[in-house]
Design a protein around this ligand. Structure first.
Ligand SMILES: [Zn+2]
Length: 505
């Protein structure tokens, strides 16, 4: 008699339900797995056979046919070991069937029958809940990460023999307990540690308040990385649902490790400029890339002009759509990628153009070529540009501590609340506004419009710049608690661009 066992497979950061049907036929002993199994699933037969024997149970001397449904979904990962083993044992009458209907099984088996932690336990538990199952059985190693999901029972097992005993009602399985949060290796960085840098701090605050992307330009050692790394701490406090969203991505990427649970801080990802396309946006084998690992956090691209043009071009779509679409043989998959982009660059190849004390050693031609690279792809996705000056050594020693991240975050949250609640904005951030919506939502005064037209004419800026300045001005007005954008807001917004004259002096 065919037996059906419930499990799931990963698609992007979601698990989708899969039914494992096992049938035993009176033919020569062998195992056949059908229904679009991936490589790891085809190898499952050997692990399952060994694990069943190690659990002192019998692997049937028949033809074992395993059908994975629906057939058009590609089955990836090693989570099929446990449901296939359970299916074989149930079909051969070695375990009871009663609990199969309302349980999801997800886990990899060792040859000794141990259940091993694997990627995707959190998405699997979310799927089990959303599909209306009563419980999910997971390897103890990763049950903790899934235990934060409410509305479904998460059970933890160490060995196939434990699952068999539970199915027979002879021994209970312990509930998975939420594990300690996944914390970043370093303590949260605070803006109070940044002395001076008023303009850069202001740009950071505006960027956080309106969801704008930001470019920091300045000499090596002037504090660009130090500033960028403090961006996650001034973004709005992380909500539980966002926490789950981030943890899903990290779970699928296999980054949780060591039995850690929810990611409870906004991520800060700073990939090196030599990163490959797959490393940045993810690969066809569905490893999330840096742009997804930075979901709900900050993606920091230091030395922006050094990144490959191709990689930067690939970032345009996720920066626009807040998710990345990957195409593979079995169709397209979407991965979340809602990030705040902070980029940094030197002003010239040697780094010291415009420096108050050190001379620039670059030829005019070299500066020109560098500037061309700096104005390459992505620049039309960056609303704010700020020149970061090195801090006066005097200020480093004697300067007052800066304002704390918590104080800045409070203003950022208030500004975000204004955007969320403003009629006509559809809950979007100012940075996400398009076309006519910008003008309507910004509600500039006549005076503000005149100042804007002036700025455009004076600097020879494009229509794109018009929209960018107005969006930033809207955010500045939100930080100000103002309903309309006035001239002062536009003036400040139009100041966040690089000086046109960057020739060596
Ligand atoms: Zn230089």
């Amino acid at each position: 008699m065919a037996v059906a066992v419930h499990t799931g497979t990963l698609e992007g950061v979601d698990a989708v339900p899969i039914l494992v049907e096992v049938d035993l036929l009176r033919r020569l002993p062998s195992v056949v797995i059908v229904g679009l199994p991936g490589g790891a699933v085809r190898e499952s037969a050997d692990r399952v056979r060994s694990a069943i024997q190690q659990a002192d149970l019998e692997f049937p001397r028949k033809r074992v046919v395993v059908n994975l449904a629906p057939a058009d979904v590609r089955k990836v990962g090693t989570g099929f070991d446990l449901p296939i083993a359970v299916g074989i044992l149930a079909a051969s009458g070695q375990v009871a069937h009663e609990r199969l209907d309302d349980t999801v099984f997800f886990g990899e088996l060792s040859l000794e029958g141990q259940l091993r932690g694997l990627r995707g336990a959190l998405p699997a538990a979310l799927m089990a809940r959303d599909a209306g199952f009563r419980r999910i059985v997971l390897p103890a190693d990763c049950a903790g990460e899934a235990a934060v999901v409410e509305g479904v029972e998460v059970l933890a097992a160490d060995h196939l023999a434990d699952v068999v005993a539970w199915l027979d009602g002879s021994r209970p399985l312990p509930a998975g307990r939420p594990t300690a949060p996944t914390v970043p290796a370093e303590p949260p960085l605070d803006l109070s540690e940044v002395r001076g840098q008023h303009r850069a701090r202001r740009a950071l605050e505006i960027a956080a308040a309106g969801g704008h992307n930001l470019l920091l330009v300045g000499a090596p050692g002037c504090g660009k990385t130090m500033l960028a790394a403090r961006m996650p701490g001034i973004l709005p406090a992380l909500g539980f649902e966002e926490s789950i969203d981030i943890t899903r991505v990290w779970s699928v990427a296999g980054l949780l490790g060591d039995g850690r649970g929810l990611v409870t801080q906004r991520p800060f990802r700073a990939p090196h400029h030599t990163i490959s396309a797959a490393g940045m946006v993810g690969s066809a084998t569905l490893r999330p890339g840096e742009v997804s690992l930075a979901h709900h956090g900050v993606l920091f691209l230091d030395e922006l002009p050094e990144f490959s043009r191709h990689v930067l071009e690939l970032l345009r779509q996720p920066l626009e759509d807040r998710e990345i679409t990957l195409t593979r043989a079995a169709g397209t998959v979407r991965l979340p990628a809602s990030v705040s982009l902070v980029a940094a660059a030197n002003p010239c190849p040697c780094g010291y153009l415009g420096h108050p004390t050190r001379p620039c050693a670059c030829s005019p031609g070299a500066v020109e070529r560098y500037r061309t690279r700096l104005s390459g792809p992505l620049m039309d996705r960056i609303d704010l540009q700020v020149w970061v000056q090195p801090v006066d050594p005097e200020q480093i020693v004697h300067g007052r501590r800066g304002e704390s991240s918590a104080a800045v975050r409070a203003r950022v949250e208030a500004a975000r609340a204004r955007q969320r609640e403003r009629p006509g904005q559809g809950g979007q951030s100012n940075a996400a506004l398009r076309g006519e919506a910008i003008r309507e939502v910004a509600a500039p005064t006549t005076e503000a419009l005149r100042v804007l037209e002036d700025a455009l004419a004076r600097f020879g800026l494009s229509a794109r710049a018009w929209a960018r300045i107005l969006k930033v001005a809207r955010t500045i007005a939100d930080l100000d608690g103002a309903d309309v954008v006035d001239a002062a807001h536009v003036l400040e917004a139009s100041s966040f661009r690089l000086p046109e004259d960057r020739e060596p002096t």
